[in-house]
Design a protein around this ligand. Structure first.
Ligand SMILES: [Zn+2]
Ligand SMILES: [Zn+2]
Length: 342
């Protein structure tokens, strides 16, 4: 009896397999149509309630990490989308998350290390092609932002001409191409319809200027360190923040890579690994900043080194919970944090 049932099952499976082979074009068409419809409806902004929200787009660093895009964070105030840095792969991650590049209102750059701007040209292009704007994307940054933005505008100029020739100026208005650099000094850099953005200098020497940001909306606030070594001033800047988004580098784990590189006969990588800890903050130091600032939540991003599995998170954050009494989260691409108005 059991044997008979088993044989019957095998026949059914074989028939199903045969049917799936015969109808695979039709099945593919159905699946593709459904996926396209779902993707068009995939806009995370539409579902967010009023408030201040953070979406981690890319939580990686210059070190290759297959699970993390380059550094990029979205801050959403109401329905207004601001992007802080745009690293490699960040725009594709936005698509996956359901954050339309075309909805980007403004970009704020922390500094001009390549990992923070590798995706900026793509963001400028996608926002223009997807949004049909007639003015370029405003890109705020400290001194040096004009060189980055005008350089990218120049690099994409031929692409601009091809697309205008192909789709027409009504679809891709020439005046909306690219970005407009907006240089600021530190302090209040935006105060518009209840949203304030404050920029403060951080220590990322020899990278200067380097900036952190505080976003505030309806009584809630988020502070983003950018790339920053520890300093007493960080706690002052992050005072009372609901969420502190801090970069983090674990020097012990980087030290393991340094030793391995040296043993493998790669002194160049060993030297780079030896250099980088001095201009980044450690998870434990960031926890101390969060405690001193009386922040409510600490989220790590710009994770160095790569943590290919969450099983390494405890090693990465070792000692941090002793410093900070609030919650600590190791950021992953796509995480959303929502703060309702207060
Ligand atoms: Zn960086
Ligand atoms: Zn940097």
């Amino acid at each position: 009896m059991v044997k008979k049932l088993g044989l019957g099952l095998a026949v059914i499976l074989a028939l199903l397999f045969a049917a799936s082979q015969i109808f695979k074009v039709q099945i593919g068409e159905r699946l593709f149509g459904k996926a396209v419809a779902t993707n068009f409806g995939n806009n995370v902004l539409a579902d967010l309630p009023d408030g201040l929200h953070v979406i981690l787009i890319g939580t990686g660093s210059p070190l290759a990490d297959p699970s993390r895009a380059g550094p990029s964070t979205a801050v959403i105030a109401g329905k207004r989308l601001f992007i802080i840095d745009s690293g490699g792969g960040a725009v594709r991650k936005m698509g996956e998350i359901g954050l339309p590049a075309a909805a980007t209102e403004r970009v704020f750059l922390t500094h001009f290390h390549s990992d923070h701007i590798d995706g900026l040209g793509e963001l400028m292009l996608q926002r223009w092609a997807g949004g049909g704007y007639d003015a370029p994307l405003p890109i705020h940054g400290p001194s040096g932002v004009a060189q980055v933005v005008t350089g990218l505008n120049a690099a994409y100029a031929q692409d601009r001409d091809y697309r205008i020739a192909h789709h027409g100026a009504d679809v891709v208005p020439p005046s909306g191409f690219g970005g407009t650099p907006i240089v600021f000094e530190t302090g209040m850099v935006m105060d518009d319809a209840g949203v304030t953005v404050t920029a403060f200098a951080v220590d990322h020497d020899p990278v200067s200027p380097a900036i952190g940001y505080r976003f505030a909306y309806k009584g809630r606030s988020v502070v983003i360190t950018g790339d920053a070594a520890y300093s007493d001033d960080l706690a002052r800047q992050a005072k009372g923040a609901d969420i502190l988004i801090s970069e983090a580098l674990n020097p012990d784990m980087v030290g393991v890579i340094e030793s391995a590189a040296r043993e493998a006969g790669n002194p160049r990588i060993a030297k780079i690994m030896a250099d980088i800890p001095d201009y980044h903050i450690t998870p434990v130091q960031a926890a101390q900043v969060a405690q001193d600032a009386e922040a409510k939540l600490l989220v790590y991003t710009h994770i160095v080194p790569a943590l290919p599995t969450p099983y390494l998170n405890a090693r990465f954050t070792k000692g941090a919970a002793d410093k900070f009494s609030g919650d600590i989260i190791v950021g992953q691409d796509g995480m959303i944090f929502s703060l309702l108005p207060q």
